[in-house]
Design a binder for this molecule. Structure first.
Ligand code: CAA
Length: 277
């Protein structure tokens, strides 16, 4: 692939959008390659994904403005659908996806991060939906997911004013879970860049997720996502079914067996090697 890199580290997969010269902007080719990259993930081995952008400056600076500039109404709608189909694939991907936002996350960049389960960022990150300044609406889910993730009033303010916000404000409004800065030595020299600190934190979080019972983690994702779309009575039933689905799995037996064993003999405390079965 020309614009997407994939690396697998044990049970973690890292997908990198690699179009640094255009600040990782999403053209049709990038969207197609991302879709292929998600399809190719080996779900028998990989238990958590990290999505990031190449370089230190930008996660994704939006959909490709050059490509969009000459679209007809019908082509604009089709381009929106192309992005939305991919972002729904990410949102409903069976395993968790962490967005490691390493700089600009504007327009389609903010939108792709919002289709991930969790967002963390470096302190140079900037989020926003600047589309109305370009004469369009957000088109890859921004009007829908931002209003669901932060309050509708805050989403409307950000979208109507096209104002970009820095990492600390994104953290304050709950758009990101954590912000990472460069580490320095006593003399003030940078020892770890903000991007490296971000990726180390993302990998640590992903490893923590990958160490849990995989069927249970997948079912949690599905329960939360599906439950948020329906009323509480239907949501509770969704949870009951996914809860029940975990029983009789090898991992449920191993996880509970480990707890019960260590009650008798604390020396038996050990990390369970969950089998995804
Ligand atoms: N599409 C296409 N190319 C882009 C791009 C985008 N969204 N964002 C940046 N680039 C390109 C620039 O054209 C430039 O290319 P050249 O070197 O060939 O000229 C290169 O990336 C570097 O960009 P800048 O020189 O502009 O870098 P900067 O540091 O001065 O500014 C920036 C950075 C503030 C992010 C600025 O690039 C910018 O404002 N980009 C556009 C952001 C934007 O409006 N995104 C929303 C797009 S609309 C959308 O996403 C619709 C949707 O919902 C689906």
């Amino acid at each position: 692939m020309e614009f997407v890199l994939y690396e697998q580290k044990d049970k973690i997969g890292i997908i990198t959008i690699n179009r640094e010269k255009a600040l990782n902007a999403l053209n049709s080719q990038v969207l197609d390659e991302l879709s292929e990259a998600f399809d190719a993930v080996d779900l028998n081995v990989v238990r958590c994904l990290i999505l990031t952008g190449a370089g230190e400056k930008s996660f994704v600076a939006g959909a490709d403005i050059g490509e969009m500039s000459t679209l007809t109404k019908a082509e604009g709608e089709a381009f929106g659908k192309k992005g939305n189909d991919l972002f729904r694939k990410i949102e409903s991907f069976p395993i968790p996806v962490i967005a490691a936002v390493n700089g600009f996350a504007l327009g389609g960049g903010c939108e792709i991060s919002m289709s991930c389960d969790i967002r963390i960022c470096s302190d140079n990150a900037m989020f926003g939906q600047p589309e109305v300044g370009l004469g369009i609406t957000p088109g890859f889910g921004g009007t829908q997911r931002l209003a669901r993730l932060v309050s509708p009033g805050m989403a409307k303010q950000l979208i109507y004013t096209a104002r970009n916000i820095k990492a600390d404000e994104a953290y304050r409004i709950g758009l990101v879970n954590a912000v990472y800065s460069a580490e320095t030595d006593e003399a003030g020299n940078v020892t770890v860049s903000a991007k490296d600190a971000l990726m180390a934190a993302a990998e640590k979080m992903a490893a923590g997720i990958a160490a849990q019972a995989p069927i249970a983690v997948r079912n949690c994702k599905k329960a939360i996502n599906d439950g948020l779309q329906v009323n509480i009575d239907e949501a509770i039933v969704i949870e009951e079914k996914l809860f029940g689905d975990c029983f009789e799995t090898e991992d449920q037996k191993a996880g509970m067996g480990n707890f019960l064993k260590k009650k008798d003999d604390p020396t038996k405390v050990k990390v369970v090697d969950f089998k995804n079965a």
